[in-house]
Design a protein around this ligand. Structure first.
Ligand SMILES: *[C@@H]1O[C@H](CO)[C@@H](O)[C@H](O)[C@H]1NC(C)=O
Ligand SMILES: *[C@@H]1O[C@H](CO)[C@@H](O)[C@H](O)[C@H]1NC(C)=O
Ligand SMILES: *[C@@H]1O[C@H](CO)[C@@H](O)[C@H](O)[C@H]1NC(C)=O
Length: 182
C-alpha cells in the first residue's frame, strides 16, 4: 500500500511539471507585463517591444532592471552613433564643407547625448531617480537637433540612427516615471 501511494505520488510529481508551464506563465505574467505596459505608453509599440526584448532579462525584469536595460540600450546606441559620426568626418570627400558643418553639429549633439546618458547611469547606480526623465529628454532633444541639422538636404546619413535614439529615449522617459510617479 505504502509502495502504491509512493508510486502515485511519484507519478503525480512527474505529471505536475508537464501541466506547469501554462500555470507558470500565468504566475509570472504580472512581471512580464511591466515591459509591455511600458511599451503601450510609447508612440511606437513595435519599436519598443523589439528593442526591449533584444535583452534576455526583459521578460522577468522589475523596474530597476528595466531602467538599466533601457538606459543601457540608449547609451550603447548613442556611443555607436558617436563613433560613426567620427568615421564620417574622417572621410575626405572634396565637395563636403557644408556636409561637414552639419556633421559637426551632430557630433556636438551626440557628445551631449552621451554625457546625459552617462549622468543617468550614475544616477541609477546611486538610486537617484528624479532627474532621469529630464536626462533622457535631453538625449532625445540632441537626436532631434541632429535630425534638424540635415533639414533641407536630400540625404540624411544619420536619419535612422536619430530615430533609434529618439525612440529609445522615449522608452527611458516612460521607465523613469515608474520611479517618480509622475
Ligand atoms: C515603428 O517601429 C518599427 C520597428 O522599428 C518601424 O518599422 C516602423 O516604421 C515604426 N513606425 C513609425 C510610425 O515610426
Ligand atoms: C540601436 O537601437 C536600435 C533600436 O532598438 C537597434 O535596432 C540597433 O541595433 C541599436 N544599435 C546599436 C549599435 O546598438
Ligand atoms: C525643416 O525645414 C522646414 C522648411 O524649411 C521647416 O518647416 C521645418 O520646421 C524644419 N524642421 C526642422 C526639424 O527643423
Amino acid at each position: 500500500m505504502a509502495l502504491l501511494l509512493y508510486g502515485l505520488g511519484l507519478s503525480a510529481f512527474f505529471i505536475i511539471p508537464i501541466v506547469q508551464p501554462s500555470l507558470a506563465s500565468t504566475i509570472h505574467e504580472p512581471r512580464t507585463v511591466l515591459a509591455i505596459e511600458i511599451c503601450k505608453k510609447t508612440s511606437n509599440y513595435t519599436f519598443c517591444v523589439e528593442s526591449l526584448y533584444a535583452d534576455p532579462r526583459t521578460p522577468n525584469a522589475d523596474r530597476y532592471t528595466l531602467a538599466y536595460i533601457t538606459f543601457g540600450l540608449a547609451y550603447v546606441n548613442a556611443t555607436a552613433t558617436q563613433d560613426y559620426i567620427a568615421q564620417l568626418l574622417k572621410k575626405k570627400a572634396g565637395h563636403e564643407h557644408d556636409r561637414k558643418q552639419r556633421l559637426r553639429r551632430c557630433q556636438r549633439d551626440y557628445n551631449k547625448a552621451v554625457s546625459s546618458l552617462e549622468a543617468a547611469y550614475n544616477d541609477l547606480n546611486s538610486e537617484t531617480f528624479f532627474e532621469l526623465a529630464d536626462l533622457a529628454g535631453d538625449a532625445a532633444r540632441s537626436s532631434k537637433d541632429c535630425q534638424a541639422a540635415f533639414n533641407g538636404t536630400h540625404y540624411h546619413p544619420l536619419g535612422s540612427r536619430n530615430r533609434d535614439l529618439k525612440g529609445l529615449c522615449e522608452i527611458c522617459v516612460v521607465v523613469s516615471k515608474l520611479f517618480t510617479g509622475t
